[in-house]
Write a protein that binds this ligand. Structure first.
Ligand code: NAI
Length: 351
């Protein structure tokens, strides 16, 4: 693995007394302070943690650029098992390191960290967002993540069927956790039929209680075998494997999960089979839009209006993809890079 992958700064943080071992990666500050969550995860090795944080922080650069934020990309990982190792002292020690970067990196929640954890980090650092509502924060970011995915799905529906609605369509959701179940609510309200699958029975039961007409699949294969118009991966990454891409019946893939493509090139298979793929980092940006808003004093109304623009951005990416005869994933990357160069350049004007 090459460590230098175009990142501006990578910081290793250790505080032996609290057990903190963390890596903060700042990929880019071209558009502003790097913004991205803290993942607390029991990595098998330091190398694995480093590889993860480098990839995730690069992804945030692109996500934040296309979300229209004045933020670059960064991410942090804390090495350890959150259920065993998380403590006030560890989180506050981590906050000291975030503060020491002087605002070049702003942290938030990710897998294994929650709003109350950010409240602890915020006792040591000003450069934290995604705190609890009680502490004046934006709270649970899955609200606008689900809303943004729904907007992306509406844009895809307009592209494929001419109307920006899922009314009468069958949508299969893999993973009905915080985001997936909220997406189910929005889809049901829009008149879609739901087929769901989650490894956690309690999660599926919650959706069925709210929407009794929902069909529960037996497993992921069962979900994919259902007569789906849209497939929404909302569990873990890498949902789109070679096999899924080669056999999927749905016309649209649009979901919240990060890194849905198991490897580069799968987006081509999907395109060749006439499946429209809404790039994950474009449609799942509602959460980062929600927490970025907190930095200005949180307004749900303003954040929701910003997340609603995901509809236009997704539609524009589909248009550019067709114009340039590339996949939507490539068109999205190009659009993000264009904004970084056009807007980032303004930093060179001396003020
Ligand atoms: P969550 O942990 O609340 O929900 C994930 C659900 O997927 C859980 O109910 C879990 O039981 C289920 N699951 C795990 N493995 C599964 C499998 N193999 N098959 C079926 N179900 C499975 O997480 P959350 O917050 O809903 O996030 C979902 C995805 O969206 C994640 O990939 C996350 O990285 C991504 N995301 C979330 C954002 C947020 O604001 N919460 C923002 C951007 C992306």
């Amino acid at each position: 693995m090459t460590v230098f992958q175009g990142h501006e700064q990578v910081v290793f943080c250790e505080d032996r007394a609290s057990g903190l071992r963390a890596i903060i990666a700042i990929h880019s500050t071209v558009l502003g302070p790097a913004l991205g969550g803290t993942r607390f995860y029991p990595y098998a090795s330091e190398e694995e943690a480093l590889a993860d944080v480098l990839e995730l922080s690069r992804g945030m650069t692109y996500k934040n650029a296309l979300a229209g934020l004045d933020h670059g990309g960064g991410k942090a990982v804390i090495l350890g098992d959150p259920s065993r190792d998380k403590s006030e002292a560890l989180l506050r020690a981590y906050g000291c390191y975030v503060q020491s970067l002087g605002g070049r990196y702003v942290t938030a929640c990710d897998v294994g960290t929650y709003s109350p954890d950010m409240d602890h980090v915020a006792r040591e650092s000003r450069f934290v967002t995604g705190r609890t509502e009680a502490a004046g924060g934006a709270g649970d970011s899955s609200i606008l993540t689900a809303f943004g995915v729904f907007q992306g799905m509406r844009a895809a529906a307009r592209r494929v069927w001419g109307e920006p609605t899922l009314r009468g369509r069958t949508v299969g959701i893999q993973g009905v956790g915080k985001v997936g179940r909220r997406l189910a609510d929005l889809l049901a309200e829009d008149g879609a039929r739901l087929v769901i699958w989650d490894v956690d029975d309690a999660a599926t039961a919650r959706v069925v209680a709210a929407h009794p007409m929902t069909t529960v699949a037996a497993d992921t294969a069962g979900l994919l075998a259902a007569d789906l118009d849209v497939y929404a991966p909302c569990a873990l990454g890498q949902a789109l494997t070679d096999e899924v891409a080669a056999t999927l019946q749905a016309r649209i893939v649009c979901g919240a999960a990060n890194n849905q493509l198991a490897h580069p090139g799968i987006e081509k298979t999907l395109a060749e089979r006439g499946v429209l793929y809404a790039p994950d980092y474009v449609v799942n940006a509602g959460g980062v839009i929600q927490v970025a808003d907190e930095l200005e004093g949180f307004s749900m109304e303003r954040a929701r209006a910003r997340a609603a623009r995901i509809y236009d951005t997704t539609g524009r990416i589909f248009e550019l993809a067709e114009r340039d005869a590339v996949s939507p994933a490539v068109a999205a990357d190009r659009l993000a890079e264009r904004r970084m160069s056009e807007v980032g350049r303004l930093r060179s004007i001396w003020r």
